[in-house]
Design a protein around this ligand. Sequence first.
Ligand code: HEC
Ligand code: HEC
Length: 337
Amino acid sequence: MIYFFKKTFVFFFFIFCSYFIYLQINILLSSQINSATLASSYADKNTQAITPIPVKQNLNKAIVLLGKQLFFETRLSKNDTVSCASCHNIHNAGVDGLIISAGIHGQIGSFNAPTVFNSSLNFKQFWDGRANTLEDQIDGPINNPVEMDSSWSEVIEKLTASAKYAKLFKMLFPKQGITEQSIKNAIVTFERSLLTPNSRFDLYLKGQQDAITKNEKKGYQLFNNLGCISCHQGVNVGGNMFAKMGVIHDYFADKELITKADLGRFKITKKNEDKYLFKVPGLRNIELTGPYFHDGQTRILKSAVQKMAYYQLGVKLSEKETRLIVAFLKTLTAKVE
Ligand code: HEC
Ligand code: HEC
């Protein structure tokens, strides 16, 4: 009996060892595969990690247009000077290009303005994710004393006094009329229309191999290999999780001026583990949406990429690697369609 067990054990041990050696040989071989094959195999493997923006959406066109008017409507602010578009210029990739946004009476806020393009693809809104939906997000700027400094009752009163809006809402929201919900519905419908599909990278993901160049493919490969993709992923190349700013090196220790906004999600949850946690921003149109990071302290995309590699991954990128990653990131640029 014991002899039998010994024999089976030796047999299985032999099989285990052979498999182990087989695996090692495989790893050795695959590490010698040249970069061209690696690049294409990555493109195949990671079609799940980043997905193309859907091209078709079923949005009510008339409501989109009403939402657009409201997005440009200064009467949403207390003294009729500030609209959503003041800080989210839709002719400038949905941003204001400022380090920190300025609101009513030119007052300076706390954060860099993220783009409204593709924001409907994010799992939560704001840098610290404090709004779960685009609808909830709107309460922020309307009531914020340094942004629009208004209230829903003031907004509804002003819009109701306008013959243009009275007519439009009667037509498009016959049951509701002008309410907080119908105003939000229209603005959010407009925001949902601000998708930028068909970037060159999306065409590549859909199988058009020559939509991006060899260097851009190398940049994508670096983005994968270094681990950027572990946070910047999904349809918006980000926007689907929180992550700490400064996973490997302390970003905030290196900063001259610390603000409350730097605490990130901690400000909302008051949990220690949420200190310095931010929503991972989407990287679509990133070449156009600087300055970068929640504090807008980084002007150039190249420096943002180098800082990410250093603070998040502990890697000092060479000039060449940085150039390749930036080249890849620029393939994510596209127009609203
Ligand atoms: C004074 C400038 C300003 C105005 C006015 C303004 N925003 Fe913003 N917006 C910002 C800033 C700054 C943030 C980031 C704030 C934060 O994360 O706490 C932001 C965040 C957002 C976000 C979240 C995007 C994301 O990826 O997290 C959306 C959506 C948005 N704004 C839409 C609007 C709409 C709609 C209006 C009008 C009702 C509006 N904003 C008015 C500056 C402004
Ligand atoms: C651990 C998660 C994580 C990794 C890994 C990571 N990022 Fe980020 N990335 C973030 C977070 C979080 C932010 C926002 C930080 C902030 O604003 O304070 C960000 C911001 C950025 C921004 C600025 C976006 C904007 O709108 O301002 C760029 C560009 C960027 N990352 C590129 C990269 C690149 C390239 C890599 C790989 C070298 C990388 N990231 C790796 C989480 C990550």
